[in-house]
Design a protein around this ligand. Structure first.
Ligand code: FUL
Length: 480
């Protein structure tokens, strides 16, 4: 008798569990189901490596090389290797400082324009092997890549195409030389997540036709997860200035045939191209100081300046690549580290408390099935859950109502870029004492758009999508 009862109880519990999980299933929406209701016809979509890359948001650039010792920005390639001697070098000091700041990758200048190599390249004598550093047995590329691995940061490198030391520069033999160096860096240092192909070249440089296609296919062969940076991608493009500022309009699309590496229309790079046929995300590079390399008389940017850069790079659908240069000891200067951390703390402080999390969200319409496209997805913190209006609808809006007035100073809006970049024109309205007022107008959103708000008490806020390449698919509205 007891046994039968027991079995019955188990059966009832089991059925309950199945019903319950069935109900739960009703509420959730798998990414495959979600995708099956989103039309991407005619839109350019990013590769997974580009989405993963952009999600890092904030990465470190390290200009450290012979120039650090000769106190110049562009070495001529004639400095004696004996001058390179960072007696206190410690890659872990760099990487720990970057990690604490929330940076996700380190890009090292393995070779700058002067041609000096931070690794013992087999193809030239102009390397660390002929320097006093570790009596010629040092390899800074190795030490930095290992420190990155140890502390969970990604690693990338800058290998300047322009080389003022190498005698073959200006002839086709140089392409072979460059590829040999590239292969060394791609095959001897573990995983690489970004390769930086700088387009810079001085006015008196010899003519040189770089074999970019050959360089890039070598990266793809050896390190398929790595993004390739140049003025025109193929994965990541220069944002068109060295101030770290993306355009107010910033499409992750471009027509690469319109761009010549080293000779590009900077405005075009700054804002991308709504009709571009390729997805090439903007990377915003800038230095924490007035120079790329460390000099005692460089000016350090203030936290306010850095915050402004953050909001106009990450907050404008870009990635922020912030350079923090080590000094002649081979260490990041203490004052630079302090500034970096003060900046990172400020960003954390501002962006850790989202005032919209409890808002009541009422969209103008919701696509069926509602469990996949509910307005409430905008205020959960997930990247993948989305709100979308009715199938095919472009003009649409979402209203947020707050249980008590809030005074946000910033709004953050995000598209789920897995479905492409869609929004072309939007506006933000706020409701105060029952009256609606428009406080912002914008063009593109993309991965992340941050805009200022008046910071006065409001009862409600409305995002209006006025124009888009296709029916919008938004993932987040946050208020800070
Ligand atoms: C430029 C170079 O000429 C600068 O020295 C620096 O490396 C910057 C990131 O790119 O093109």
């Amino acid at each position: 008798m007891m046994k039968i009862l027991h079995i019955q109880t188990i059966a009832v519990l089991f059925t309950g569990l199945i019903l319950f999980s069935g109900c739960k299933k009703e509420q959730t929406c798998s990414e495959n189901t979600q995708a099956s209701y989103i039309d991407t016809t005619g839109l350019v979509l990013p590769d997974q490596r580009q989405v993963d890359w952009q999600k890092m948001e904030f990465t470190a650039f390290v200009h450290f090389n012979m120039n650090t010792f000769t106190d110049v920005e562009w070495g001529e390639g004639d400095a004696d290797p004996s001058q390179f001697n960072p007696t206190g070098f410690d890659a872990e000091q760099w990487v720990k400082a970057f990690k604490k700041a929330g940076m996700k990758m380190v890009i090292l200048t393995a070779k700058h324009h002067d041609g000096f190599c931070l690794w013992p390249s087999e193809y030239t004598d102009y390397t660390i092997e002929n320097s006093p550093y570790k009596n010629g047995n040092g390899d800074i590329v190795k030490e930095v890549s290992e420190a990155c691995r140890k502390h969970g940061l990604k690693f990338g490198f800058y290998l300047s195409p322009w080389d003022r030391h190498e005698s073959s520069y200006g002839t086709d033999r140089y392409n072979k030389f460059y590829k040999n160096q590239l292969r060394e860096l791609l095959t001897n240092y573990g995983r690489v997540h970004e390769v930086w192909f700088d387009g810079a070249k001085g006015p008196n440089a010899k003519d040189m036709e770089y074999d970019f296609q050959g360089y890039w296919s070598m990266v793809r062969n050896h390190q398929p997860q790595a993004v390739i940076f140049s003025d025109k991608g193929p994965d990541v493009r220069w944002i068109g200035n060295e101030d770290g500022i993306a355009g107010k309009t910033n499409w992750s699309l471009m027509d690469t045939s319109k761009v010549d590496v080293g000779n590009a229309d900077r405005d075009y790079l700054n804002s991308g191209d709504p009709n571009g046929s390729r997805w090439v995300v903007g990377e915003c590079d800038v230095s924490i100081s007035s120079d790329w390399f460390y000099h005692t008389d460089s000016r350090l940017k203030t936290v306010k300046e850095l915050l402004n850069i953050y909001e106009k790079s990450v907050g404008r659908n870009g990635l922020l690549l912030l350079n923090v240069p080590p000094d002649q000891r081979g260490l990041l200067p203490e004052a630079y580290v302090e500034r970096l951390h003060a900046f990172a703390d400020t960003v954390d402080e501002i962006y850790s408390k989202d005032l919209a999390l409890d808002a009541e969200v009422t969209p103008s319409g919701v696509r069926t099935p509602e469990r996949c496209f509910s307005g409430s997805h905008l205020t959960d913190t997930s990247f993948s859950t989305v709100w979308a209006p009715e199938q095919g609808t472009v003009k649409s809006s979402v209203e947020l109502a707050f249980s008590k007035p809030i005074a946000p100073k910033r709004i953050l809006i995000r598209e789920n870029i897995n479905y492409g970049q869609r929004v072309k024109q939007f506006a933000v309205d706020v409701r105060r004492n029952g009256q609606w007022e428009t406080v912002q107008n914008g063009t593109t959103i993309g991965y992340k758009r941050i805009m200022k708000l008046p910071g006065k008490d409001i009862e409600g806020l409305r995002l209006r999508i006025e124009d888009a390449k296709a029916s919008p698919v938004l993932s987040r509205i946050a208020l800070y």
